[in-house]
Ligand binder design. Sequence first.
Ligand code: SF4
Ligand code: SF4
Length: 95
Amino acid sequence: MKKLSIEQLLGVDKFMVDDAEAHIVLNKEICATCAAKPCTWACPACLYTCRQDGEISFDYAGCLECGTCRLICPSPGAINWRYPRGACGVTFRYG
Ligand code: SF4
Ligand code: SF4
């Protein structure tokens, strides 16, 4: 079976991005104190990346609303997480 890229995998889902209001907001000051940054390997959509300067980079567009980052984050208050507003967010079209 051919291995698909993350872009190809996410391409089977439909996203209605709420440009006016992010449903996940990070506290970058808390993230700066997080050494392990487990969000960077746990997010199935690969939305968290660690820049070369160590700062966390995150884009809520493409979020699958799985809640993994919220559960795995070791720092209380680092992630302000909620579901997207009505009609926004992911629609799973396959499976
Ligand atoms: S695991 Fe939590 S505190 Fe650590 S970088 Fe990710 S969001 Fe920030
Ligand atoms: S809820 Fe899931 S898909 Fe969305 S950012 Fe968190 S880990 Fe990634």
